[in-house]
Design a protein around this ligand. Structure first.
Ligand code: S3P
Length: 480
């Protein structure tokens, strides 16, 4: 599929100006409405791709901005008073859909030169949109925006693609309803109409699942409530919401009580527009890093990557497997730690990845499983229940993709064990189920397997990492 296209004009200072409302992403059909297979691509035609063995990967490059931080910068910009300027925003479909959503809610997001500018309306100041908000493939955009809508006296129709309309929303609707959000229909999956209120009730809520999206939705709603809202998490999840809310001027404190994070936000908050620089996405960098580990002779540096410890579980695991992974030039930018990550080809051994590490590498298990296929010995990954409710059932999709390529793997409950023996036959076709990370993980595997690995569709890679193929080819990867 093509990259999002934008209608451009020129601003008064001669800069190029793109309005989010004008950015075209492919039309999305709700489940069943098109009469096609429910997990068929929302893009016009699936585009398969094969990767095959290549020479050493080498070079230094950057990956696009972090997806989680990009969504939050747009949303907090919309809730702030004044202007927020965002540099390095990820321009992928998921984030573009959030930019369109805040624009429809009355806080225009547009690109001027190389900076995205959001004209905020203040906490509680967004207005009734004139159309449904379409989040495409994005659970993050949807769930965070439910927290936003909760605090406004507006009624909003939310929809998404065939993957998103299957994903569980009860986890976020439950706590938000106890604060005052209402759903118009008696259902808990998209498409859905939600009705907010100007008078939210603060809550204390212990997360039943480790989810930064749920935590963030409640904290965002808490900005509007009359009093303090507290989210308790047993396992630490990515903390970009807490960091960025503080940066925008909200009162947020994190206390550890009985080994659990208690995160409290003051209600009736006021946010002030800020300048945000988005660091490189460690979840996108993961594919480049893993490819470099697998392809003999490789030496790759990915510059300016977010290395917040709530996101770096994969890199810890790769080091434990014997991977030559180094964080260079550690520094801080915009309240987040960043570094340049250098990875060199390494012989790997199987390890056990503890369940407690899952939140810090939740999006990286498919590519770790592909790497583990090349390791000597078993790699055991525990605590993967959440993988079943991602853009696809990633546990099943990963196991099936490995099996299709001659790799022995077993799923026991929430545990995946990959039985590596140093070599991967390849030669199979992987069903991607509209899941960008399944597609990119197996395309990474094919760079070092004996026969090429094919994925049945690559169009959805544009939801998070449109530059994937181009950057990999710059390093020396081969696709057909
Ligand atoms: C995200 C949280 C995670 C992650 C997703 C982005 C976020 O989801 O998988 O890609 O930005 O908060 P969960 O909250 O469902 O774990």
């Amino acid at each position: 599929m093509s990259r999002p296209k934008a209608v451009a004009d020129v601003d008064s200072r001669g800069g190029r100006r793109l309005n989010a409302a004008h950015i075209e992403t492919p039309a999305v059909s709700a489940v069943g409405s098109s009469g096609s297979h429910p997990l068929s691509s929302p893009h016009s035609t699936p585009r398969p791709l094969s990767s095959s063995r290549c020479g050493p990967l080498a070079g230094t490059l950057r990956v696009p901005g972090d997806k989680s931080i990009s969504h939050r910068a747009l949303i907090f910009g919309a809730l702030a008073t004044g202007v927020t300027r965002i540099r390095g925003l990820l321009e992928a479909e998921d984030v573009v859909n959030t930019a369109k959503a805040v624009t429809l809610l009355g806080a225009p997001a547009e690109k001027i030169g190389d900076t995205w500018v959001v004209k905020g309306r203040g906490v509680g100041g967004l207005r009734q949109p004139g159309a449904a908000l379409d989040f495409g493939n994005s659970g993050t955009g949807t769930r965070l925006m439910m927290g936003v809508v909760a605090g406004h006296p507006i009624e909003v129709r939310m929809t998404g693609d065939a993957s998103l309309t299957r994903r569980p929303m009860r986890r976020v609707l439950g706590p938000l309803k106890s604060m005052g959000l209402a759903t118009v229909e008696d259902k808990e999956t998209l498409p859905l109409t939600v009705r907010g209120t100007g008078q939210l009730v603060p809550i204390v809520y212990e997360l039943p699942v480790p989810s930064a999206q749920v935590k963030s939705a409640i904290l965002i709603a808490g900005l509007h409530a009359a009093g303090e809202t507290t989210v308790i998490e047993t396992e630490a999840t990515r903390d970009h919401t807490e960091r960025m809310l503080r940066y925008f001027g909200a009162e947020v404190r994190t206390e550890v009580k009985g080994g659990k994070n208690n995160i409290t936000v003051e209600g009736e908050a006021e946010l002030t527009g800020r300048d945000v620089t988005v660091p490189g996405d460690p979840s996108s960098a993961a594919f480049l890093a893993c490819a470099a580990l697998l392809v003999p002779g490789s030496d790759v540096t990915i510059a300016g990557v977010l290395v917040n410890e709530t996101r770096t579980g994969l890199y810890t695991t790769l080091e434990e497997m014997g991977g030559d992974v180094t964080f260079l030039n550690a520094r801080e930018e915009g309240g987040e730690p960043i570094a340049d990550i250098r990875v060199r080809h390494s012989r790997l051994k199987g390890v056990t990845v503890p369940a407690q590490r899952a939140p810090s590498m939740i999006d990286e298990y498919p590519v770790l499983a592909c790497v583990a296929a090349f390791a000597e010995g078993d790699t055991r990954m525990d605590g993967l229940a959440e993988l079943k409710v991602k853009e696809s059932d990633r546990l099943a999709a990963t196991a099936a993709g490995l099996a299709a390529n001659g790799v022995k793997a077993t799923v026991e409950g929430d545990t995946l064990v990959v039985h590596g023996n140093g070599e991967v036959p390849g030669g199979g076709t992987v069903a991607t189920h509209l899941d960008h990370r399944i597609a990119m993980a197996f395309l990474t595997m094919g760079l070092a397997s004996e026969k090429p690995v094919t994925v049945d569709d690559t169009t959805m890679i544009a939801t998070s990492f449109p530059e994937f193929r181009g950057l990999m080819e710059k390093l020396g990867a081969r696709y057909r």
